[in-house]
Write a protein that binds this ligand. Structure first.
Ligand SMILES: Nc1nc2c(ncn2[C@@H]2O[C@H](COP(=O)(O)OP(=O)(O)OP(=O)(O)O)[C@@H](O)[C@H]2O)c(=O)[nH]1
Length: 327
């Protein structure tokens, strides 16, 4: 676009058709990277763009006008632009383009063009000089804004990775402990009810053995998404490891936790899991429940109790709920 504006300036203001036509040629060549990008040749597109820009700047400074116009200051666009547009691993391209831009800048700065195609007045040279500096400044602001955005996105991605289980997309073990310790402390302080469920898939090894590990994964993902959709926003559902999951329930007493666990058991047992286009399977889970009491008020003991109840549920035939608290 900037090249197009200069073309119009050469044609309409400075009225030099030859320079305007050469510049129009360059303007059209700037469209090639768009085509290459559409053809998924992103790296080639970027390289083309920067090489073309550097040749164009050299032609402007040493053919159209002289270095008094400051056109060669456009070489400052190359290092920042290349560092933003190329991928992190494209170090060679970034360094090579930056070195080339620096050398060309030095060449233009130290090579006066005594016979430019356009004989510019001092005022016009000054005007072009200012336009070049302004474009450079705008580019620096754009580049820095995009860099900050990129850093923010990366940080967000890292935060998500650090707290999420990669397979199921639910919270991971670390995040569960971090959040639940706080939630439990608050429940104790405010004398509110609090329960945990440990959910373990039944005979999951058989699912893997009969249908393959990928089908096992699909099963974990689909059941987790079913549970996640069913629970309240304030409940925290996380993967403890393997095929064992945990659910912490604020403001939920033992009876309410058992009722929820039984509902989940039923939902899961009746939920057809699609493991490929024409195979559906059903799986079941066993659930151990433990709730906050005066004698049982720390997370480790609550989880231990829920775990014991879970193994009793397994012993009693699976696909069922047992609570550690006597009701
Ligand atoms: N597909 C898949 N399998 C997993 C994953 N994590 C753990 N498993 C499998 O889960 C199975 C758990 O087996 P076991 O501990 O014997 O338990 P189970 O077969 O569910 O039997 P019970 O718990 O007694 O009902 C093992 O075969 C693990 O390989 C996973 O992320 N994906």
């Amino acid at each position: 676009m900037i090249s197009g504006i200069y073309t119009l300036n050469y044609l309409l203001v400075l009225q030099h058709t030859t320079v305007a036509m050469i510049n129009l040629g360059f303007t059209l060549l700037y469209l090639v990277p768009l085509y290459l990008n559409a053809k998924h040749q992103a790296k080639l597109a970027k390289t083309w763009l920067f090489i073309l820009l550097m040749v164009h700047i050299a032609i402007c400074t040493n053919l159209y006008v002289s270095n008094l116009s400051g056109f060669h200051l456009y070489y400052f666009l190359v290092p920042t632009g290349a560092f933003l547009l190329f991928n992190l691993e494209d170090k060679t391209e970034k360094i090579a383009l930056s070195v080339l831009a620096s050398l060309l800048y030095l060449y233009c700065e130290n090579t006066p063009n005594n016979t430019p195609l356009l004989q510019l007045s001092e005022q016009m040279n000054h005007l072009i000089y200012q336009s070049v500096v302004l474009v450079n400044m705008i580019e620096v602001v754009i580049v820095l804004t995009l860099f900050v955005k990129q850093i923010e996105n990366n940080e967000q991605q890292l935060r998500t990775q650090a707290t999420t289980d990669a397979l199921t997309g639910i919270a991971n073990r670390r995040y569960f402990f971090q959040q639940t310790e706080q939630a439990l402390a608050q429940a104790k302080l405010q004398q509110r009810s609090f329960s945990v469920l440990i959910i373990d898939f039944d005979l999951f090894k058989q699912i893997n053995d009969n249908y393959g590990h990928f089908s096992g994964d699909a099963c974990l993902k689909q059941v987790c998404s079913l549970i996640k959709d069913y629970i309240r926003q304030q409940d925290l559902f996380a993967r403890l490891g393997g095929e064992e999951f945990v659910l912490s329930l604020v403001d939920t007493n033992n009876l309410e936790a058992i009722l929820l666990a039984e509902k989940l058991c039923q939902l899961i047992a009746n939920y057809p899991i699609l493991i490929d286009e024409d195979t559906q399977i059903n799986c079941t889970v066993s659930i151990g429940v433990a709730s906050l009491t005066k004698d049982n008020d720390n997370l480790d003991t609550l989880l231990n109790q829920a775990d014991k109840a879970l193994y009793q549920a397994k012993d009693q035939g699976r696909n069922r709920v047992l609570s550690a608290n006597a009701n």
